[in-house]
Design a protein around this ligand. Structure first.
Ligand code: ZN
Length: 495
């Protein structure tokens, strides 16, 4: 395997650290996955792509990586991890579905979106509902160690007792007083001894659909338990990397650290990594702001804030053009610029395939090796993908000079340059060429459908209902939904 000095920023130590896995050649990595109660949106794309970049790079370096990314399908509550209604349960009630139907539907949607973004599937994708026993085991250990208490059938983590022995707030840099001052007073908190305490197990109210038996009550685990319990089950009591979005640092990851130490006496994770957030036109994404755009809406251009559709690779490239710890602001202009940039890079790689080498070329293997070295150096500096991209763009300028013969390259130099471009663009950044003809082909499809609808209108005018229905039904079987309006028929393609 390639020995490299990879630096990664550890949120816990607040500095870049040399990455050294616990077991040589192997990496254990856990990333908080989606809560599956709604369509995947931009906020899901960033952590998925950030940790996909890390997953790909570690594998490229020759590590065997066990990448665990969970599915949160219970216990994630609307306002607070302790009170209120479970989001999935809420959706299930609203749509009169079994909660697991809701979870499965959005899990499938998430997988479909990830596949289009070329995000590799994790090695293990555990579901919170499939690990209730492991979570109860964790709660028992914390109770036995005296860091939790029972109150009316629910179990709460005793933050103050924990803080006396171990510091609470080490990841987020908060101290207990800050936390107390920022805690909101919520209904039902009388069960807790202290408002900063968080639920490890909640007794189910009669209206709660998702509940399991436990020694304390018929209920469900608190949200923070699942990642600690599943991380330990699949990666062991001590593992290398735990990642997620910055919004998870507090309370989720802070509580995970407390749970780990309270149960096993020592931390579970060596490197905590967090990606920054995404804003849209400078604003936080939110349903109330009308800028909540799902990934499928981006892919189809189906939102009033979008001037056009943006392909999955445009979105991926756009996210990779920022360092994962910087904020990213989505706007139509920025996405259009990314689309052009991606096209330039893909054209460069395609052009390179057509270049003819010359034996005494001006550029040799040394040139390609230099491009490679610069790209590795950028990746080793805390996954600096924007710098990698800028080096690939520089190489594209050289490729254009090769194409117009203002310079030349040796056979060995050409082979090496092709390899370097492919490895960094496809294997590590995870880009893939989207069918160049896609937009042109879709235009042709559209024209063909319009033509069929014209023929259908003629059939209808001639009262040939059989033909008219046949055209509509056959189009429907290919996914084209035809709607008759007073101004004629319209259609859309359901994917
Ligand atoms: Zn988590």
């Amino acid at each position: 395997m390639t020995k490299r000095n990879l630096l990664i920023y550890n949120t816990l130590s607040r500095q870049k650290e040399l990455f050294r896995p616990i077991n040589e050649g192997r990496v254990g990595m856990y990333v908080c996955g989606p809560t599956v109660y709604g369509d995947p949106h931009l906020g899901h794309a960033r952590p998925a792509i950030t940790f996909d970049l890390l997953f790909r790079y570690l594998q490229h370096l020759g590590y065997k990586v066990r990448y665990v990314r969970n599915i949160t399908d219970v216990g994630h509550l609307e306002h607070d991890a302790d009170e209120g209604d479970d989001k999935i349960q809420k959706k299930a009630k609203l749509e009169q579905l079994e909660p697991m139907e809701v979870a499965q539907y959005y899990t499938n949607r998430y997988h479909a979106a990830m596949e289009r973004l070329n995000v590799l599937p994790p090695s293990i994708e555990p579901h919170a509902t499939g690990h209730i026993i492991e979570q109860e085991e964790l709660v028992k250990e914390i109770l036995d160690n005296g860091f939790a208490y029972e109150s009316n059938g629910s179990i709460y983590f005793n933050v103050e007792a924990y803080n006396e022995k171990h510091r609470y707030g080490r990841l987020s840099g908060r101290n207990l007083e800050d936390v107390i001052n920022h805690s909101r007073d919520l209904a039902g908190t009388e069960e807790k001894h202290n408002q900063v305490d968080f639920a490890l197990w909640k007794k189910a109210q009669p209206e709660h659909i998702m509940h399991w038996p436990s020694p304390w009550s018929e209920g469900f685990p608190g949200w923070h338990c699942e990642c600690t319990a599943m991380g330990r089950k699949y990666l062991g009591k001590r593992f290398d990397i735990h990642g997620g979005g910055m919004d998870l640092v507090f309370p989720h990851h802070e509580c995970e650290i407390a749970q780990a130490i309270a149960s096993q006496g020592e931390p579970m994770v060596n490197y905590w990594m967090h990606n920054n957030m995404i804003t849209i036109n400078g604003q936080k994404m939110g349903k109330s702001l009308g800028n909540f755009i799902t990934l499928f809406q981006f892919f189809e251009g189906d939102h009033e804030k979008l001037e056009q559709a943006y392909s999955p690779m445009t979105i991926r490239f756009f996210i990779l053009q920022a360092h994962y710890r910087s904020t990213v602001d989505f706007s139509n202009e920025a996405l259009q610029a990314s689309h052009k940039g991606l096209e330039r890079l893909m054209e460069g790689i395609a052009t390179l395939e057509r270049i003819q080498p010359v034996a005494d070329g001006a550029l040799t293997e040394a040139y390609a090796a230099e491009v490679e070295q610069k790209c590795y150096d950028a990746m080793d500096d805390d996954l600096n993908s924007p710098i990698v991209i800028s080096h690939l763009f520089d190489a594209c300028r050289t490729i254009n000079q090769l194409a117009d013969r203002s310079t030349s390259i040796t056979p060995a130099g050409l082979d090496k340059l092709r390899e370097v471009m492919r490895v960094f663009a496809f294997d590590i950044l995870g880009l893939r060429a989207e069918a160049e003809a896609d937009s042109g082909r879709e235009e042709s499809f559209g024209k063909a459908v319009d033509l069929l609808l014209e023929l259908r209108a003629k059939a209808k005018a001639a009262k040939d209902w059989a033909t008219s229905d046949q055209i509509r039904d056959e189009l429907a079987s290919f996914g084209f939904e035809v709607k008759d309006t007073k101004d004629g028929a319209t259609w859309k393609l359901n994917r």
